[in-house]
Design a protein around this ligand. Structure first.
Ligand code: PRP
Length: 200
């Protein structure tokens, strides 16, 4: 059996379709039943928060997982990236009020769920920043005057638009990856390679 960590929510629904094409499922998120076994395919699925996939795989509780590149960059998880799945396509951006200038004499206040990504982006720009770590609804931060800008995921751009904000700079492009635990990759190599090739 290969243990597969699947992300709940928006990215999850695209990921389930990829596995359903392999004959699994139908895979449906269920708030109570957290595991789903597909005996014939030798796969055992379980659902976690998207931001927890990398840690499950890194620690070997899952052999493989579907994980956004944003989470991989932010966590620095020590896993093998096997395949770009081409789903969950979005951009990591600096966003804020278009045309607004900020005093270079003081650190730029940056609200984000991704402090490591933000720090690394601005270190390349030699700009002093003050990171404000939030857990959601990041767009509210500049609207309420908590921050000057945000570093966040932009998919359709609707959340920014509806709050009068705009993408200002692109940090990187994001897609979901199939990742593997390094030990599992060695000891379940045939099965993991078979799964990877089936998902191409
Ligand atoms: C993400 C992200 C943005 C939004 C972008 O939030 O943090 O807020 O999606 O999507 P859009 O460009 O299509 O509008 P998420 O839905 O994960 O919720 P959160 O606010 O709890 O982080």
């Amino acid at each position: 059996m290969i243990n597969v960590a699947l992300p709940k929510g928006r990215l999850g629904s695209s990921a389930y379709k990829l596995f359903e094409k392999l004959g699994c499922g139908p895979i449906e998120e269920n708030t109570r039943k957290l595991k789903f076994i597909e005996e014939s395919a030798g796969l055992s699925f379980f659902w976690v928060k998207p931001s927890d996939v990398a840690i499950y795989v890194e620690r070997g509780a899952a052999d493989v997982g579907v994980c956004g590149k944003d989470i991989l960059l932010e966590s620095g998880a020590d896993v093998f990236e096997l395949l770009d799945l081409g789903i969950g396509r979005c951009r990591m951006c600096v966003a804020g009020y278009e045309g607004r200038t900020y005093d270079m004499e003081r650190p730029l206040r940056v609200a984000t769920k991704f402090p490591n990504i933000a720090r690394s982006y601005y270190s390349g720009k030699s700009r002093d920043i003050d990171i404000i770590k939030l857990n959601g609804s990041i767009e509210l931060a500049p609207v309420m005057g908590l921050s000057d800008v945000i570093v966040d995921i932009v998919e359709s751009g609707a959340t920014l638009r509806e709050n009068g904000l705009a993408p200002l700079e692109e940090v990187c492009r994001i897609t979901a990856r199939l990742v593997a635990n390094k030990v599992s990759y060695k000891f379940k190599n045939v099965e993991i390679k078979r799964l990877t090739e089936a998902l191409i």
